[in-house]
Design a binder for this molecule. Structure first.
Ligand SMILES: *[C@@H]1O[C@H](CO)[C@@H](O)[C@H](O)[C@H]1NC(C)=O
Ligand SMILES: *[C@@H]1O[C@H](CO)[C@@H](O)[C@H](O)[C@H]1NC(C)=O
Ligand SMILES: *[C@@H]1O[C@H](CO)[C@@H](O)[C@H](O)[C@H]1NC(C)=O
Ligand SMILES: *[C@@H]1O[C@H](CO)[C@@H](O)[C@H](O)[C@H]1NC(C)=O
Length: 424
């Protein structure tokens, strides 16, 4: 409550004085972040024919937005793709949906839960400490047709995660087949930290690996994957989540860009794995970029907690764009997140060269100017919620309780120069 009161003081001017609620208008040459004037996290964008499709965590349902402009979702078309029925293993906490076009149909892969982060005491007692998130699992919806917008979506399956915690699942498409990559725990009741796991799939709705074949390809074992940097106690405040495949179209290099540290505070950032071996199921095939985050907070522009990215291209296909969530009022935690986008390029060694996260104004994507706005025929996009992409009220309380102690070293811009040198 003390934190909430403090926030009122800070947020009064910041939201309006620093342009973080700016909108871009149709046919503009520039845009500003965020690109949707609503709380939103875990954005996933795909370009198909003449439109971009955006989905993100709305917690109670799965909503798809459609726009001809990557940089303005306030005038987008809105479609309710799925509302879960009661009493199912996916009735609560619908997080991090992704819309994939595979073999002519559309698959929405998403996280769901049988309870609103409130397992029964009979289940919770198996955990070393509280584990409210213990029942998060992965599910797949299938479209009724080849059109993502006019289709209806129905539950196809639960993805086998061996009856263990699973969130933020995605597909990894490799020459040897399709894989499920998701955020996992070491075992069923261990609770945090979370890691990245991979298993083989026989089709977009079926995991074929037995548990013995499931591999852990990344753990939050680097200082910058903990929050604050280098934390040595309470490793629950470390995570690897939000994995996304990113291929370099010129070199063929295959990456997984994932989110590290902790999603409710300013230290959340993106890390990078590259598939440098032949077998995606072998942890030795993956090389982590250990120098630091590849995309991280930018106090100079008051952008914090950047993560859970997805990737798309400009309308003319000449530019690569990252879509991510970030925070302005970072003391508000998960409810501070909004959706943003920026152009990125490639380094000489073929790795992605992400920009510093910022507000803009930035030039619009190549081919967007003059294409007109979203058709805006079905109302405005306002489906926001504070859907959290990890954990629970219990864990939140423990983070909040330690905020003043552990975040203090990075609490002033004066300490930021050394922080940046250390990280990157
Ligand atoms: C859900 O389960 C509760 C408790 O068993 C039951 O009372 C309720 O009718 C169920 N609702 C539906 C829609 O099945
Ligand atoms: C995987 O990538 C190949 C090559 O781009 C493509 O032909 C195939 O459709 C993709 N498979 C899936 C399941 O996305
Ligand atoms: C991180 O922790 C290790 C072990 O305590 C220590 O040696 C190192 O100096 C720390 N690094 C930073 C940047 O704090
Ligand atoms: C989806 O759920 C969110 C959060 O409850 C709600 O604000 C929104 O109106 C819902 N969307 C639709 C299209 O019903």
């Amino acid at each position: 409550m003390a934190i909430a009161a403090l926030l009122l003081l800070f947020s009064t001017c910041w939201n309006t004085c620093l342009g973080q609620s700016a909108t871009s208008s149709a046919n503009a040459a520039t845009y500003a972040n965020p690109i949707l004037n609503a709380v939103g996290a875990d954005p996933w964008v795909i370009r198909y024919e003449d439109y971009y499709y955006l989905t993100y965590t709305t917690n109670d349902n799965i909503t798809i937005l459609r726009s001809s402009e990557l940089t303005d979702w306030n005038n987008a078309d809105v479609k309710l793709a799925f509302t879960p029925p009661e009493n199912e293993s996916y009735s609560y906490d619908l997080w991090a949906p992704e819309l994939h076009n595979i073999n002519g149909l559309w698959y929405i892969i998403f996280t769901g839960d049988v309870d609103p982060d409130q397992p029964s005491p009979e289940q919770d007692m198996y955990c070393d400490f509280n584990c409210p998130a213990v029942n998060h699992r992965m599910f797949v919806l299938e479209s009724s047709s080849s059109d993502p917008w006019t289709s209806t979506y129905a539950v196809k399956s639960e993805l086998d995660t061996y009856d263990q915690f699973a969130i933020d699942g995605t597909y990894f498409n490799h020459s040897t087949g399709l894989y499920h990559v998701y955020s996992c725990w070491e075992s069923a009741y261990v609770s945090w930290p979370s890691m990245l796991c991979i298993s083989r799939m026989s089709d977009p709705w079926t995991v074929s690996s037995p548990l013995s074949e499931r591999a852990i390809i990344s753990r939050p074992d680097q200082p910058w994957e903990k929050t604050p940097y280098n934390r040595t106690i309470n490793v629950r405040l470390s995570s690897n989540e939000g994995p996304e495949q990113l291929n370099n179209p010129k070199t063929g290099q295959q990456f997984i860009i994932y989110s590290a540290a902790r999603s409710d505070n300013r230290n959340y950032c993106l890390g990078q794995l590259e598939l440098t071996g032949q077998d995606p199921l072998s942890p030795a095939s993956w090389t982590k970029y250990t120098t630091g985050c590849v995309f991280y907070q930018n106090p100079d522009e008051e952008v914090y907690g950047v993560g859970h990215a997805s990737f798309t291209t400009s309308p003319d296909g000449t530019e690569e764009w990252i879509v991510y969530h970030g925070m302005h009022d970072y003391l508000e935690g998960w409810s501070a997140r909004t959706i943003r986008t920026q152009k990125f390029t490639w380094n000489a060694d073929g790795t992605p060269n992400f920009p510093r996260p910022g507000i803009g104004p930035f030039p619009v994507p190549s081919g967007q100017e003059g294409t007109g706005g979203g058709s805006g025929t079905s109302g405005s996009a306002s489906a926001g919620s504070s859907g959290s992409s990890t954990a629970s009220s219990t864990v939140t309380a423990s983070v909040t309780g330690s905020t003043s102690v552990y975040l203090e070293p990075w609490g002033s811009s004066g300490s930021y120069a050394s922080w940046e040198t250390t990280w990157h």
